[in-house]
Ligand binder design. Structure first.
Ligand code: SAH
Length: 348
């Protein structure tokens, strides 16, 4: 069976034309599945019976199923979704005052090996298909529909398990579907992709000509610390990341966000903040400080409140714009990959 959720609109047009169908069918189908959210081909009333028979015989519009659902006191919903092959992935819905934010997983497991991250506890099994990326939004929208407030996901961050630039083509197709007026119609500036710093892909991304936000997990002010906590830094050291960021700013005309987890005694001193400010001077970048979510299996702990504020103040005094990331769902295994890791352990 061919899933309609695997196609961007131009790719669906091409696919249908190649099999002798009319091009406009693609727009019709897109509107049914994304605007109206039908769950069967028979509901597509302006599609001929003959074509509906073809769709029923060879195509599908199936979503992942909910395996575990956790709801936090603050309204955050964390799902463990089951894919067709039995693999499980995490998806999170966060409620900011400006909208409903989906945190999407890009791969089953992750091979980037950041030493503080729970996602990497389970190595990458495979990349997600476009339909599985799209499926995460569809399932969250279904839950929102049940709440009866006529709301849908308004913002998407590709910051769940996995490295989106390690699944570049599928993530880009997913973004095109999110952004398309006949798709989810989510504005580019409401979409953020976060990478640990796969440098060649930052160049590709800069050339896409999209207005999507780019976040880079920096987490250290120099190679010495970054090598210790992020394996990727051995392949793409900090200076290469900074060059790519400058290229991105010039080519895409956009500023990046640097994510910086504050790890107690590792990267959170005043001196580290001064070094960080020096490093990013000359870029337009902005820093998002992330309170660390402790992971049982790992030796790191979160910086205390005082160090966090000292770090923030030092950045600001040295001319860098920075904020502290708001926390959600701290009562429901909020840290990346924790729910899935916990579940797999139970199964073993
Ligand atoms: N692979 C991508 C996207 C997924 S991780 C990336 O590295 O950016 C999304 C963000 O969450 C990254 O900045 C990551 O470093 C951070 N993160 C991972 N584990 C965390 C934890 N335990 N607490 C807080 N943030 C964490």
């Amino acid at each position: 069976m061919i899933s309609l959720y695997n196609f961007t609109l131009p790719k669906l047009e091409e696919h249908l034309v190649a099999r002798g169908e009319k091009k406009y069918r693609a727009t019709q189908l897109f509107k049914w599945i994304y605007e109206k959210r039908v769950t069967s081909f028979d509901e597509m009333s302006d599609v001929s019976k003959k074509f509906r028979d073809v769709l029923n015989a060879e195509y599908e519009i199936k979503k992942p199923s909910i395996f575990v659902k956790q709801t936090s006191k603050d309204g955050t919903i964390k799902l463990l979704l089951e894919l067709e092959d039995g693999n499980k992935i995490e998806t999170v819905l966060m409620r900011y005052n400006y909208g409903n934010v989906a945190c999407v997983t890009s791969e089953v497991g992750c091979n980037m090996g950041c030493s503080f991250c729970a996602s990497g506890l389970l190595k990458k099994k495979r990349a997600l298909e476009v339909k599985e990326l799209v499926g995460q939004i569809l399932v969250l929208d279904d839950l929102l529909a049940l709440e009866g407030n006529n709301e849908r996901i308004s913002h998407v961050v590709v910051m769940g398990t996995g490295e989106p630039f390690d699944n570049y083509d599928n993530v880009m197709d997913f973004i095109r579907i999110l952004n398309h007026p006949y798709g989810f119609a989510i504005g580019a500036r409401h979409i953020t992709v976060s990478t640990c710093g796969i440098v060649p892909k930052i160049y590709d991304y800069a050339k896409e000509g999209l207005q999507i936000n780019l976040a880079i997990s920096l987490h250290a002010p120099n190679n010495e610390i970054r090598n210790r906590i992020m394996q990727i830094n051995h392949t793409y050291p900090i200076e290469k990341v900074m060059e790519a960021v400058k290229y991105y700013e010039k080519t895409a005309g956009r500023r990046v966000t640097f994510e910086y987890i504050l790890l107690k005694g590792i990267n959170d001193s005043k001196e580290n903040a001064i070094k960080l400010a020096k490093l990013i001077k000359g870029t337009l970048a902005y820093v998002n400080l992330i309170p660390y979510n402790s992971v049982n299996e790992m030796k790191y702990s979160r910086s205390d409140e005082k160090s966090v504020h000292q770090f923030l103040d030092t950045l600001m005094k040295n001319g860098v714009t920075a904020t502290i990331r708001k926390e959600f769902g701290t009562d429901i295994d909020a840290a990346c990959g924790q729910l899935r890791a916990k579940n797999e352990q139970k199964e073993i």
